[in-house]
Design a binder for this molecule. Sequence first.
Ligand code: CA
Length: 590
Amino acid sequence: MTIRSAASLSSLPLVWLLAAPAPATAQQPPAPAASVIDDARLRTPASGEWINHGRDFAETRHSPLTQIDQSNVARLAPAWSVEVGSQGKIETTPIVANGVLYGTSTYSVVYAVDARTGALKWRWDPALVKGGIADGAARFCCGPVNRGVAVYKGKVYVGLLDGRLVALNADTGRVVWAIQTTPVGSDYSITGAPRIVKGKVLIGNGGGEYGVRGYLTAYDAETGKQAWRWYVVPGDPSLGAEDRSMEQAIRTWRGQWWKYGGGGTPWDGLSYDPESNMVYVGTGNGSPWARDHRSPGGGDNLYLSSVVALDADTGRYVWHYQTTPGDDWDYNAAQQMMLLDLTIDGRVRKVLVQAPKNGFFYVIDRLTGELLSAQPYVAVNWATHIDLKTGRPVETPEARYGAKGARLSPSAVGAHHWPPMAFNPKTGLVYFPGQETNMLFQNTPTFEFEQGRWNTGTARGTAAAAASAATATPAPVAGAPAAAPSTPTPAASTRGFFVAWDPVANKERWRIDFRPSGGALSTEGQLIFAGQSTGAFQALDPASGRVLWSHMLDSGIATPVTYELDGKQYVAVMSGINGGKVYAFTLDGK
Ligand code: CA
């Protein structure tokens, strides 16, 4: 099969603030304790560590390290690199624990390298079947991607494209346990990074384009035994609702949605607030996309395209905020959710911020789910605004495109996809890459569900997933570096950008032309790191967006992290669509 490098279309489904360095292992036995990644250490990572997917539970992706700063970033140079292999787009955020960098590559490959030297310690390849449906290979919408591992108490956890969750020995890469989290042979897949919450491994799934029912599951980290599961959308009502949230949700659906799965797959964003003991999950789009087919007669279709708060211990529903009621556009809200304490109108608010695909930047009270503000960060024509009284979008007349069709912004690629955002406490701004897009949405009146293929119910997507995925990579942008992207460019106009967003005022502070590839990293050295699809890996001034440093890598740069070992600060990132490498940079390099 052809491996698409797509910057994915995302959504395609497939799948506190800065804590001071803390003696998190104080109560642990002395010698081995220093190396144990436990709950206390995950909650309060030391300044030089990157042991959570988003560095901290709040997913701020801000590091307190300052050795590399604006005055010396020009001296940043390669310290080491190591080839770990890839067969498509790379989306990993590495974890750095105890001097070892753990990452993933395509087809759910996991690797461990010495974070000081780049020497490969081990590489684990699940040897997934590759190929098409006829081969029995795992199906996925957007390339055989993976966004990373979790590390906890001597184990490394990874979700596989075929729906398995695997625990590996962190020292050897040997399998400790492996469990199937999805029905065997189904059209689910996993591309997201697991998260560790109080001894449990949380993992979602993707597959919304194929027609599946999304859910989030927590497993005991030690044994792999299931602790709880929360379904995003209701199943067949005749079989009974799993919990009260499903009873509520059933009332918002019509027809026989369960035959098509309904969608809602939570394929990426997960956050945890230890104070509220809530887990926040971002949910996927409807399946099929067109609501007329999925839920004829309308309805909000809970809990599609929503931010949902769950009790971390039981998985019980607490509150939800639906960004896109009755989703018709693949506007999923599975994107990263960042937990911030912001002073708004003179009052400190514990908020959750998200920039989902639908083009609005949301600030939500994370204790109650109350919408505090929502403003568009791209040109949007499916809704005029979000009504703060009702919390709902005010849709434009053309939004429900029907069989007649309408050209809408954003497109199904979304205004912001999986690339993570970063927060800088000094500027108070949130940084992320995105794209201005539009496309023709058109209902397919003759839609018929067919297992094993895209089932969107729209003119786009039903014909060929390949054609759709090909539109995932943003087109060249005026003023961008000349190097051509290795992927097809979309028919519709697309313009990539990198933006600094003020979450208090909910408005833009600056924006530059940018060709999105991976996500952002913020450092206390007042640098924002991010890579472009051209291969340009860059450091930006958080205050202005000025490029302070740039280094060419292979096209397809994932998401950078930073860490410190032996008094030296490193910036590491994976790059390369074919033959992927991990690169580490230090002042003056090697
Ligand atoms: Ca999708």
